[in-house]
Design a protein around this ligand. Structure first.
Ligand SMILES: NC(=O)c1ccc[n+]([C@@H]2O[C@H](COP(=O)([O-])OP(=O)(O)OC[C@H]3O[C@@H](n4cnc5c(N)ncnc54)[C@H](OP(=O)(O)O)[C@@H]3O)[C@@H](O)[C@H]2O)c1
Length: 218
């Protein structure tokens, strides 16, 4: 696949490396320009590009930057992407980093907010796993240590593309429902950062209560 990664930090750098290892054609961008990504490009085989080019002709685009910076992404970013491009949002809302975002405080999922900012539907994935675990904990399908990652979204074709990538990276994928239900995998839920096996993750997603933790409420 032709994959564009927007954000080259903990998660973006890890996905760049892992997707390139799987044989995908990967471009990667940050906020400071491709000249600052030469080490990552050299060690992964990915191509560093300006963020304005990161979705160009891509089948899949991953947005993996601090949530507060999503509105700064170039207008029309996805205009040159492949038809039916799948867009993955890994972002999480942390008030300490992102400041207050009124719509999310009001109950909108952070991924629905991202989708509105970029003007394109998103699939929420890779938001609930630490970058180091994403890099190191992929396992073969029959390995008892293999755990699962949730995938939420409304576009079933895009979702199945992301499910396949997750499986290829060495994790089971659990359908966590439509994007409106993606709060079930947001920070401070049972599914967040807990590396659960498939059945446990399915139960965690199903039984999660829609209570915003105190630090988001005050
Ligand atoms: N760290 C984790 O383990 C983890 C796990 C799951 C989800 N997440 C979430 O995933 C997102 C990324 O997290 P991270 O830890 O990978 O972040 P990070 O290490 O802080 O890296 C952020 C990356 O985003 C880039 N960036 C910032 N603003 C940009 C813009 N306007 N255009 C293009 N690139 C921009 C930065 O580029 P410059 O350096 O050039 O500014 C940097 O490469 C966050 O929303 C985070 O909450 C993180």
């Amino acid at each position: 696949m032709k994959i564009g990664i927007i954000g080259a930090g903990h998660i973006g750098g890890t996905l760049t490396r892992r997707f390139a290892e799987l044989g995908h054609d990967v471009v990667v961008a940050n906020s400071r320009g491709p000249e600052t990504l030469q080490d990552l490009a050299r060690t992964t085989g990915a191509t560093a590009v300006d963020v304005s080019q990161a979705a160009q002709d891509r089948d899949l685009v991953v947005v993996t930057i601090p949530l507060k910076n999503v509105p700064d992404l170039p207008q029309g970013l996805l205009g040159g992407a492949a038809p039916n491009v799948a867009v993955v949002d890994t972002c999480n809302y942390y008030v300490q980093r992102d400041g207050r975002i009124a719509e999310i405080d009001g109950g909108e999922t952070s991924s629905a907010w991202v989708a509105r900012q970029i003007g394109h539907p998103v699939v929420k994935a890779f938001n609930n796993i630490g970058a180091q675990h994403l890099a190191e904990h992929g396992r073969e399908a029959e390995d008892p240590a293999r755990f699962a990652l949730p995938v939420a979204g409304d576009d079933l074709t895009a979702k199945s593309t992301v499910v396949q990538l997750i499986e290829d990276l060495g994790f089971d994928a659990v359908d966590a429902g439509p994007l409106s239900e993606s709060w079930r995998q947001e920070p401070d839920t049972a599914a967040y950062g807990t590396d659960l096996k498939r059945e446990d993750l399915e139960r965690a997603i199903r039984e999660q209560q829609p209570v915003r933790p105190a630090q988001f409420q005050d």
